[in-house]
Write a protein that binds this ligand. Sequence first.
Ligand code: PLP
Length: 428
Amino acid sequence: MSNIVSNWENSESFAKKLDQNDSLKTYREHFHMPTFTKNPIIYYTGNSLGLQPKSTKSYINQELDDWAKWGVEGHFYAKNPWMPYHELLAKKTAKIVGAKESEVAVTHSLTTNLHLLMVSFYRPTKSRFKILCEKKAFPSDQYALQSQAQFHGYNPEECIVEISPREGEKLIRTDDIINKVQELGESLSMIMIGGVNYFSGQVFEMEKITKAGHKVGAIVGFDLAHAAGNIVLELNKWDVDFAAWCTYKYLNSGPGGVSGYYINEKHVTNPSILRFAGWWGHDKSNRFEMPDKFKPIPTAESWQLSNAPVISMAAHLASLDIFDEIGMKALREKSEKLTAYQEFVINDVNNKTGGNLEIITPKNPKDRGCQLSIVAHGYGKKLFDEISEKGVVADWREPNVIRIAPVPLYNNYEDAYRFGQILKNALS
Ligand SMILES: *Cc1c(COP(=O)(O)O)cnc(C)c1O
């Protein structure tokens, strides 16, 4: 990457040249770019809500039309029959997270899935009950962990161990995580960390963390809300125990869209792993004979409680088909370059405006996704309001962080250049 950077320029013509040479450039046209801003938009919040693929409407309309035409018989006779509809998502999802098809399913919502997974995988005992998570985890994850601890009769403060950056640092060192795992040793029941930290954009070294956790006998799970569709994942290869993610961020499935989850194959059919059960997890061959006794499907589907939310799934499928066409490897390649160019532009602006900007996201492209978290020292929210006024849709986090997400599917190098110009004008 560094020898590319050496001949980069912070100019409109150079940005346009990068766009011309971008093999994924046409995908921007596959998405609806919002039109609500007074000035031309730079949509940099795909990490909160991904944009709508133009194809989504037809995917949803297909199901609405089949519902109109078939009523309940759509479960069998819709173009994409609703009974097995969720199976359309599993294969494509498995590729995105690096899992076997039998290890993933898509349904419910993220926090719901985290709880369902913890019911199975957080099984504290008197001597082994601790949970290791990152400090400043997303609030919903914190609440989920706290309530799980309480549910099992533990005081969250004694149970939950948070790992934080060292004094004066912004990122959490992998060595510190691993040392903490070793220190907790046999008292550690579960590690539950975000694959990519939502605040700093730091990618955690999931393979190493998993290995360290297993070494002391702990279960290792990840919240991949900011990782799925953003970075290349190899959950099966890394031997991760469980994971879950939402699909409305980088996976563009629309507000409140369905969530995906992964359960390692070694656990899926293990009868000693308990789960909360519902009829959609029951053996498909006799589900409608309404038997009294639950017989789990021998895949991750057996954690599904309810029948498939087909309309939400249709929206998700529209986006999954785009991911399937491109593949995570090619997408990540562009992502690393686009984010690096945005970083280059910001650094150039910073050099010319007094040097008050600090990017707290890791500098090495491998250690971050398509996000940059910028601290503007001495500026506060006013700077954010000014760039918003000029068409930048970004995210503000107290006390002083502007988060931007140059998403490789629909953002381009010209966005990165224009963002720099807007920032420069606001700073000077
Ligand atoms: C976005 C996000 C959530 C949101 O949870 P929902 O159940 O989908 O509302 C949870 N955790 C993390 C880490 C997130 O980034």
